[in-house]
Design a protein around this ligand. Structure first.
Ligand SMILES: Cc1ncc(COP(=O)(O)O)c(C=O)c1O
Length: 396
């Protein structure tokens, strides 16, 4: 008898992982000095800061370990002191009153999604999101038997959904995922539009899930808006992975609406027991590392400015509004309609790795790719000239 395989086993791969593997192989094979610009393979495929945890965070973890702290399970929602610190962040950063009782510390934002989705939605429920989108939104929802409802977006709406798109949904979806800044486009919703969408969700019984993982990483074009400050029913997802530069520590958090606090707590107890104790200690200390974190932000800002200035001359002249995160979403339709093949060639021939757009938009992603600019600054600065040479352009 053939054995049954569950629908979760049908989750598609994240193609960028294949690019990472290919870039690792190429980097291992090429001797130093292979490129005239003195840089090695330029890594613009990964969405993780090249820096590690801020020093103060790592030192807090080391201190706790050498003091012999037991590092057992914590409460399912995390260390009370960390939850207080996160609540304080809403007051100081956004002027929003969020009680620590509504904060749940999770295993990264990734660990927050199944908790949020299971608490808010049922199998069969439709959950809307812009396309292009961060692939795990769709893949986790699908694995849980929920129905991702894609809203195709383009540069005219900054790759973000609009009230008009939502109004056109009949029947209304059970939920909406917003991300501002978003991955892969790096674009943001203007604050008034964000608030209008949050109000529409409340008025229409649509649960808003606001992924705010790229908050702290924006470049002054638009203000960051937290759903925690404008909706009592929204679920906010955030993480220490991006602004705080702590991907491998696996700490994120949820701001929960009152009605979902206890349900998510029960789910979290059963799914994960708790997030790693030592990483929570480090995360709490990361709030005191502002100087280092702001220096990271300044570096991203310089890399972003250099790329926005020089990529168009290299042939990548259709870039989404780069409001935040550390991504540039490039429309490469003038160069190729097969971004997977294009990225493979760009890596093999120019030594520049980027993510093919098909990961983020199965329908239109063939004519897009995503550049990530959180890597080392000299490499980011060198990328346009190398790409220009590859595409046979001369940069003015
Ligand atoms: C939009 C978005 N949300 C969530 C995540 C997951 O982050 P983590 O689980 O590291 O907190 C990522 C990671 O790249 C992301 O880009």
């Amino acid at each position: 008898m053939p054995l049954k395989v569950g629908r979760g086993a049908a989750a598609p791969p994240f193609l960028v992982m294949d690019v990472i593997t290919a870039a690792n192989r190429l980097a291992a094979r090429l001797p130093a000095g292979s490129f005239a610009d003195g840089q090695a393979v330029i890594r613009m495929e990964v969405g993780q800061p090249g820096t590690g945890a801020p020093r103060g965070a790592a030192e807090a973890a080391a201190r706790a370990l050498s003091a012999g702290a037991a590092m057992g399970y914590t409460e399912a929602f995390g260390l009370p002191s960390l939850r207080e610190r996160i609540a304080g962040h809403y007051a100081t950063h956004y002027g929003a009153a969020v009680p620590a009782a509504r904060i749940a510390v999770t295993l990264g934002a990734s660990g927050a999604f199944p908790l949020a989705f299971l608490a808010a939605f049922d199998p069969g429920d439709a959950v809307a999101m812009a396309a292009p989108f961060y692939p795990p939104y769709r893949n986790i929802l699908t694995a849980l038997g929920m129905r991702p409802q894609l809203l195709p977006t383009g540069p005219e709406t900054r790759f973000q959904p609009t009230l008009g798109m939502l109004e056109a949904l009949d029947p209304r979806p059970a939920g909406l995922i917003l991300a501002s800044p978003c991955n892969p486009a790096g674009t943001m919703l203007p604050p008034a539009e964000f608030r209008a969408i949050a109000a529409w969700c409340e008025a229409n019984g649509v649960r808003l899930v606001s992924d705010e993982i790229y908050h702290g990483l924006s470049y002054g074009t638009l203000a960051e808006t937290t759903a925690a400050g404008c909706s009592a029913s929204a679920i906010v997802v955030n993480s220490f992975s991006k602004y705080f530069s702590m991907t491998g520590w696996r700490i994120g958090w949820l701001v929960l609406p009152e009605d979902l606090v206890r349900p998510v707590e029960c789910l979290a107890q059963n799914f994960f027991i708790s997030a790693p104790h030592v990483a929570q200690v480090a995360a709490e200390a990361a709030f005191d590392c502002e100087a280092e974190l702001e220096a990271n932000l300044a570096r991203y800002a310089r890399s972003r400015a250099a790329l926005l200035r020089d990529l168009p001359g290299a042939g990548f002249d259709r870039l989404a509004e780069a409001d935040g995160a550390f991504y540039l979403w490039a429309d490469i339709s003038a160069l190729s309609n097969d971004s997977e093949a294009f990225c493979a060639r760009m890596l093999a021939e120019a030594g520049v790795a980027a993510s093919p757009g098909v990961d983020f938009d199965g329908t239109r992603g063939g004519r897009f790719l995503r550049f990530s600019y959180c890597g080392p600054e000299p490499a980011m600065q060198a990328a346009p000239a190398r790409l220009a040479a590859w595409l046979g352009r001369t940069q003015g």
